[in-house]
Design a protein around this ligand. Sequence first.
Ligand code: ATP
Ligand code: MG
Length: 451
Amino acid sequence: MSDHKERILVVDDAPDAREVLRRNLTAEGYEVITAPGVAEAVEILDATSVDLVITDLKMPKVGGLDLIRHVRARFREVGIIMITGYGSIETAVAAIKEGAENYLPKPFTDAELLSAVRDALQKVRFQRAALSQEAAVPAHSFGLIGESAAMRRVYRAMAKAVSVSATVLVTGESGTGKELVARGIHYAGPRARAPFVPINCGGIPESLLESELFGHVKGAFTGATESRAGFFQIADGGTVFLDEISETSLAMQVKLLRVLQDGEIRMVGGTQQLNVDVRIIAATNKELLNLVRRQMFREDLYFRINVLNIDVPPLRERDDDVLLLAQHFVHKCSEELGRGAPPFSDGVLEMLRRYHWPGNVRELENVIHRLVVMSEGESVDIPDLPSVMRFSVPRGVGRLCSLAEVEAEHVRHVLASVGGNKTRAAEILGIDRKTLRERMKRYLPPDEAQD
Ligand SMILES: Nc1ncnc2c1ncn2[C@@H]1O[C@H](COP(=O)(O)OP(=O)(O)OP(=O)(O)O)[C@@H](O)[C@H]1O
Ligand SMILES: [Mg+2]
């Protein structure tokens, strides 16, 4: 039994009946409020929280069934017992159908009343527990880890995307999990049995992209000795994931627009239009609208793609999800290495929480991987953390420093977040590899600046 008194609202037009119920239930330790009719009951329900409603069926003006309907529509977790004067099956069935937990045919004994009340209140408690769990963990997190409010918004948006076939634009910083979101939508929906085909638009040379996407017919170009299907044909019935959509040329954008508008593709060198049934999910870590303004991205394509937008929040905005994710990666890595998970000191956990994770989940995954490998099963403490974390300014704390310091710090962050991949780091920093090498020599200790 919970420590607060459970509150029961008794609704009956007969004062004697109300009084009998009030006395009996109060004697059992319940708090009882009474109302002579449905209108009064509705007012009380609005003003006070009630655990259980016991209502008579036949009352002048508005009957008990209407009250049941009202309670069910407005207060999902309130229990209901219907008292019927006739004991007829039909009224009982109607009451249960409307959502009453139980019904008591008149006349009933005190014991019958109390037993029905206990049963109904127990159901209420179960229901409440279930509802609060529902609130704590969303019904569906699509295999993604995270319980923060920011991630719950993502899950809700994903659920919406699953139920329709519209094009989705997934935005977010590098390493936030955009591809995972796209996969989650695909595998939770009706297209799950057909392929999910990821295409890195920035990674395929422009000259090949069209034939990779749409296929080519035999003889379309030198070397095309066979007809070959493209990603769009392969994905028929499923999903094409256009990653780094901002990296497509304007010419390519026109072709993508055609697919989106007409659901038709043409193989390179082919004359026929082919129908394909694909859902497109695109992703970018750029501000596409900025590119539209600078005429580097077609406005019409932007609006075609951005039917549903899911913005994946940076890790630093996900509260303690960072700890959940860290735990997940520790176990994953330890399992892969076939050893026990090393314990992390409180100091390390605090650093994980405070660090601002410019490379987001991917950076966290890299850091944890390194820590688990290095730990050799021993506990992990602050000196084990990469210097970029130990010496970084905690998020939210501003420190006055020189531009060079900011640059040095940023170069280190980006490198750490992409696991030392210089091509990727140079890309993110918007500089060429040669400049990056120079900066690394200038800012990093000699052993880390090695090429
Ligand atoms: N919520 C999450 N739960 C578990 N793993 C995650 C989550 N988010 C991201 N990851 C993992 O982090 C890594 C990066 O995720 P993903 O590749 O989806 O990011 P991205 O946003 O597409 O990155 P980029 O912009 O660099 O392409 C992957 O290994 C992915 O499995
Ligand atoms: Mg990606």
